[in-house]
Design a binder for this molecule. Structure first.
Ligand SMILES: *Cc1c(COP(=O)(O)O)cnc(C)c1O
Length: 383
C-alpha cells in the first residue's frame, strides 16, 4: 500500500522514549521534559496584534502570492542588510516559506534525481536526510565529531560522493550540538562547493539566539557564497512563532527559482495575515528577541549545574537553545536517557536519535521555565 519511499524512511527512534515517558507518568511521576525543541514562551504581543488586524482585512483572505508579498520580501532584505551587511534583491533572491522545514524538505525535489546524493551532517535535524529519501536521493552522512568542533571534515568526504552530490546541508548554529560556525569555515565550504559543483543549503534557524558577544554570521557574508548556495531562515525560534509557519530562503537566484518552481506546484504560499505579522516581527524593535535570549541564557546557566552533577559533560552553548552533553563512560545515549527518566523523571533527547554520530550524547532543550529547571536540577543532584 505504501510507496517504497515511505517504506524506506528510517524508524522513529524516539518511540521508545515516548513509551517510557508514558509509563513513568502513569506511575504518578511529574515528568520534566527537556526533549522538545519548541519554545514554551508566547509570541510577542505586537506580532499577535498585527495578525489580528491583518486577519480582519478582507484583502488577506485570498490566495497569497507564491513568492511572498513584495512588502515581506523587502522587510526581509532590509533585515538581512542590517543584521549581516548582505544586500539582497527582493525580486530574485528571496522566497517566503511555510516554515523553513517546508523549503528544506522540498529542495531535493527541485535538484535531486533518483540516485543522486546529498551530503548530510550527522547528527542533525532529520529533515535533510528525510527530504532526500522522499525524492529518491541517497543521503551520505558527514560525521560531526567533537574533536572537529562538530563541523564536517570536508577532506574526509569521499571523492566519488562529492562528485555525485547535488546538495550539501549545513546547520549553524547547530541543532543538536549547539556548535557555531565561523566565516573561515564557510569560506572552505564555498571552495568545496565550487570544486564539486554542489548547492549549499545552510540552515540558520538559530541565527538570533546567541549569547554574549557572539553573533552568528550568515553563510552569504562570505565571498562566492551566493554563487553556490542559499540560506534558510525561520521566524519560529527567534520570535516564538513555531505554530505560525513562516520562514524564508535567500541567496542564489537559480536555486531560489528551482525551489519556487516546486512550491508553485504543490502549495499556494503563506496566509497573507501571517506574512504581515512577519513584517511586523522583522521591522519593529528587536527588544523581544533580546529578552528571549536573556531568558535562555539564564536557563542555560541554571541547568548546567544539574547536568554536571549527574556526571554528564555539557558544553555551555554559545547559541541555540540546546545543551549538548557527553554521557558518562560506560553508558550509551539511549541507556542514559532511560535512566535519567526513570530515576529523576527528567526527559532528554538521546543523541543517537539524531544520527549515529550523536551516540554518546544527550540533548537538553531550554524550553522549560526556571522553576521547572530548578526542580530538575534538585532531582539530578539527589541521584
Ligand atoms: C526548529 C528548526 C527549524 C525551524 O523550522 P520551521 O519549519 O521554520 O519552524 C529549522 N531547522 C532546524 C535545525 C531547527 O531546529
Amino acid at each position: 500500500m505504501y510507496s517504497s519511499r515511505i517504506e524506506s524512511l528510517p524508524p522513529y527512534l524516539f518511540a521508545e522514549i515516548d513509551k517510557e515517558k508514558q509509563k513513568v507518568e502513569q506511575q504518578g511521576v511529574d515528568v520534566i521534559d527537556f526533549g522538545v525543541g519548541d519554545p514554551d514562551l508566547p509570541t510577542p504581543e505586537h506580532i499577535v496584534d498585527e495578525l489580528c488586524n491583518a486577519a480582519r482585512d478582507k484583502s488577506t483572505h485570498s490566495y497569497p502570492s507564491y513568492r511572498g508579498l513584495e512588502s515581506l520580501r523587502e522587510a526581509i532584505t532590509q533585515w538581512y542588510d542590517e543584521r549581516f551587511g548582505v544586500e539582497l534583491d527582493p525580486e530574485s533572491e528571496v522566497l517566503s516559506l511555510i516554515g523553513s522545514k517546508e523549503g528544506i524538505a522540498h529542495m531535493p525535489l527541485a535538484f535531486v534525481d533518483s540516485g543522486d546524493k546529498t551530503l548530510v551532517p550527522d547528527p542533525a535535524y532529520p529533515v535533510y536526510k528525510i527530504g532526500t529519501i522522499l525524492s529518491d536521493g541517497e543521503p551520505v552522512q558527514m560525521p560531526l565529531r567533537e574533536e572537529n568542533s562538530f563541523k564536517p571534515n570536508l577532506d574526509e568526504v569521499d571523492e566519488e560522493d562529492a562528485e555525485e552530490a547535488q546538495i550539501m546541508y549545513l546547520n549553524y548554529p547547530n541543532n543538536p550540538t549547539s556548535a557555531v560556525a565561523s566565516r573561515d569555515f564557510y569560506r572552505d565550504v564555498v571552495d568545496f562547493a565550487k570544486k564539486y559543483d554542489i548547492i549549499v543549503c545552510q540552515d540558520n534557524a538559530y541565527s538570533e539566539l546567541s549569547f554574549g558577544d557572539f553573533e552568528p554570521p550568515s553563510f552569504l557574508e562570505v565571498d562566492g557564497a551566493r554563487e553556490v548556495g542559499v540560506e534558510f531562515h525561520s521566524l519560529s525560534k527567534t520570535y516564538n512563532m513555531t505554530g505560525w509557519r513562516l520562514g524564508f530562503v535567500v541567496g542564489n537566484k537559480e536555486v531560489i527559482t528551482g525551489l519556487g518552481e516546486v512550491k508553485t506546484n504543490v502549495d499556494s504560499g503563506v496566509f497573507e495575515a501571517v506574512q504581515r505579522a512577519g513584517i511586523e516581527a522583522l521591522t519593529s524593535s528587536q527588544e523581544c528577541v533580546e529578552r528571549n535570549v536573556e531568558i535562555y541564557e539564564e536557563r542555560s546557566n541554571l541547568l548546567m549545574e544539574g547536568i554536571e552533577s549527574v556526571g554528564l559533560e555539557p558544553k555551555k552553548p554559545r547559541a541555540t537553545f540546546y545543551i549538548w552533553a557527553k554521557v558518562p563512560s560506560g553508558y550509551d545515549s539511549m541507556e542514559f536517557t532511560k535512566e535519567l527518566l526513570e530515576e529523576a523523571g527528567v526527559v532528554t533527547t538521546p543523541g543517537v536519535g539524531m544520527g549515529e554520530y550523536g551516540g554518546g550524547y544527550v540533548r537538553f532543550a531550554l524550553t522549560r521555565n526556571k522553576e521547572r529547571i530548578k526542580e530538575a536540577v534538585e532531582r539530578m543532584e539527589e541521584l
